[in-house]
Structure formats: structure tokens, C-alpha cells
Design a protein around this ligand. Structure first.
Ligand SMILES: Cc1cc2nc3c(=O)[nH]c(=O)nc-3n(C[C@H](O)[C@H](O)[C@H](O)COP(=O)(O)O)c2cc1C
Length: 334
């Protein structure tokens, strides 16, 4: 090989190496962008991923995963919803990674910081050759919340089994409706619940976080009623009863109410539970059924009554079929 060929092959090697690194970086960015589509209570998006400077292998590929207290909700004092959302974020990332020929590996390591809770490290690596892709991965982009009334047509047996396998107990809507009524009345009387709604409801524009009135499926009249409650800060018992009718109606217009339980409420247990929650959600949407959480039943003291039906419930949601599409919610870019 002459000098010219030597120089050329070195240049080629560098450019091939650079190209490979750009491709890897782009694939990782695609995984992280897809992970941002994860669900979170009030669409607060409390997750942060920081490149792990201590990782020996590369500047990218390893990240530290944080729950940021800046996005903490008042009505979530024990961080249950936030940690479920963190698990849902990681599982969304893990499924999205598979579509990019990668696998996500979670290395747990809880560290308390002043401004957040570090849960551990996430490593994105090449998916080993011959690994069968996760069957849920192709459906990750279909996941969303649909707050329309549902038809009462029962869930397919296969879907019921899958949800039970993921740790859900399924109830007839009428068995849960009285609890939803109590929880909703308590919530509308609760300043923390109304303040969270005030912070995260978006009445105008195309905001990158929070919930728009379109996503909440609010009519003009519903919006005026909500504005009034936000202005008051909380409602009287009588008004709370009137407002609660909407949640009761939606509960009755469901095929099933599913309750997810956890062995305990430790941060990493809730994180793992959030991963199962996300899998249940994607499984439901992949079957063309819809999903809508009704977390007030667990946020309010009604959780004690629910606990007599299911041990340690951490999430509760409506499931059913509706032909009505729901609008897509937004996400922050960083
Ligand atoms: C842990 C958790 C709790 C939630 N609780 C509620 C709820 O009580 N009511 C509701 O309407 N949506 C609830 N949501 C749905 C979020 O508002 C929704 O995920 C977010 O606005 C983003 O919208 P998307 O799911 O359509 O992407 C919850 C989501 C998570 C992850």
C-alpha cells in the first residue's frame, strides 16, 4: 500500500467511525424523543435524563434517570403518581429502543438529591443479534388517554387475561361507581386537587405540557364550570356533588374498571409498577380499546375502601371501546 492509499484508508476509517457514531447518536435521540411521549399525571413530565459523565465506554449510551421535584403535584404528596410515570417513561424508552435496534438496561440506584430523586442509570446498547423484538414495541406510538364515554361491550378474553397477568384486577363499573362518586366529591372540596388542575390545565394555545380542554374533552359549559372551580380554589359539598356527576357518568360508560396493585410503595417498586402500567396501557390501545385513569379514587381517602377489594392499589383506570378519537397531547422538547 503506498502513502496515498494509507492516508485514504485512514481518512475512510475516521469518516466511517464518525458516521457510525452519528448513526448511533441519532438512534438514541429517536429513542429519547419517543420516550417523551410517555404518560404522566397532568402531563407534568417529571422525568429528566442526564448523560452519565462517569460512564467509561462513551459520552452517550448511558444516562442518569431523575424524577424532578420541579414537576411534583400537590395532590401526590407521597410521589406515587410521579414514580408510576417514571416507570412508564422508562418502559416507553425500552420499547422505543427496540424499534431502533437497541435495548435499554436499567441499573437501579436510588439517590436523594435536593431537587429530585435519582432512580438509577439507563444504558442503551445494541440489541443482541437474533433477539426477538418485544411484541408491544410497534404499538408504542398508539398509546394515549381517551376521555370519551365508552361502549359497555366487554373486553376480549385475551385482553382480560393479559391485564390480569400484568397485575390488574378487573371490576364491573357499577361496583366502583359509588367509590368514584365519593372520591370526586372529596377531590372537588380539596384545595390541592383544584390547585394542581389550575397549574396544569391549558385553556389556550398549543402548550408543550399540561392538559388542553380538547384533551380533557370539555364542552364550552364544562370549561366555564372548570374556570369557576379554579377561581374558587375548592368547592362546597353541594357543588362538589354536582361536579362529581361527570366522573360517575364516565365510570358507568366503561366496559371495565381495572385496578393495578403493588407489593409496597417503595420508589423502585412503584417504578416497576409504572412499567407494568405502561404495558397494560399499550396492550389496551393495541387492541383498539381505550384507556382513561381515574386516580382520584387512590389519591383521596377512598383508597382505604378500595384496599378492601384489592390489596395495595396504586392505579385505577377505565377501559372500553369508543369509535371517537382523542386529541394528541404535547410534550416539552427538552
Ligand atoms: C400515573 C398517572 C396518573 C394519571 N391520572 C389521571 C387521572 O386521574 N385523570 C386523567 O384524566 N388522566 C390521568 N392521567 C393521564 C395523563 O393526564 C396523560 O397521560 C397526559 O395528559 C398525557 O396524555 P396522553 O396519555 O394522551 O399522552 C394519568 C397518567 C399517569 C401516568
Amino acid at each position: 500500500m503506498n502513502d496515498y492509499q494509507n492516508i485514504l484508508s485512514t481518512e475512510q476509517k475516521i469518516s466511517e467511525g464518525q458516521q457510525a457514531s452519528i448513526i448511533q447518536e441519532e438512534a438514541e435521540m429517536a429513542c429519547i424523543a419517543a420516550a417523551r411521549r410517555a404518560p404522566s399525571a397532568h402531563n407534568a413530565q417529571p422525568w429528566r435524563l442526564y448523560p452519565d459523565a462517569s460512564a467509561s465506554n462513551a459520552t452517550y449510551g448511558s444516562y442518569r434517570l431523575f424524577y424532578a421535584y420541579a414537576d411534583k403535584l400537590l395532590a401526590d404528596p407521597d410521589d406515587r403518581d410521579a414514580l408510576l410515570g417514571m416507570g412508564a417513561f422508562y418502559e416507553t424508552l425500552a420499547l422505543a429502543a427496540q424499534l431502533e435496534g437497541k435495548q435499554a438496561i436499567f441499573e437501579p440506584g436510588v439517590v436523594q438529591h435536593g431537587d429530585g430523586l435519582e432512580l438509577g442509570r439507563v444504558h442503551l446498547q445494541a440489541l443482541p443479534e437474533g433477539t426477538a423484538p418485544d411484541p408491544l414495541a410497534p404499538f408504542i406510538a398508539q398509546r394515549q388517554t381517551n376521555r370519551h364515554p365508552y361502549q359497555s361491550r366487554p373486553l376480549p378474553k385475551g385482553l382480560q387475561k393479559e391485564l390480569q397477568y400484568l397485575g390488574c384486577t378487573l371490576f364491573e363499573p357499577r361496583a366502583i361507581a359509588p367509590l368514584v362518586s365519593k372520591a370526586s366529591i372529596m377531590a372537588w372540596k380539596d384545595t390541592r386537587f383544584v390547585t394542581d388542575l389550575k397549574t396544569w390545565t391549558r385553556f389556550q394555545g398549543n402548550p408543550p405540557d399540561g392538559m388542553t380542554c380538547e384533551c380533557l374533552n370539555l364542552s364550552w359549559l364544562d370549561r366555564q364550570a372548570l374556570r369557576f372551580a379554579l377561581w374558587r380554589g375548592h368547592l362546597s359539598a353541594l357543588l362538589a356533588c354536582v361536579y362529581a356527576q361527570r366522573d360517575v357518568y364516565l365510570t358507568s360508560r366503561s366496559a371495565t374498571i381495572a385496578v393495578l396493585s403493588a407489593p409496597d410503595r417503595e420508589p423502585l417498586t412503584l417504578f416497576e409498577c409504572g412499567r407494568r402500567l405502561l404495558r397494560a396501557w399499550v396492550t389496551i390501545n393495541a387492541t383498539a380499546y381505550s384507556y382513561h385513569p381515574i386516580s382520584i379514587v387512590i389519591d383521596q381517602p377512598t383508597v382505604n375502601e378500595l384496599s378492601s377489594k384489592v390489596k395495595n392499589p396504586v392505579a385505577i383506570f377505565r377501559v372500553g371501546y369508543t369509535p371517537k378519537a382523542a386529541p394528541w397531547s404535547n410534550r416539552r422538547l427538552t
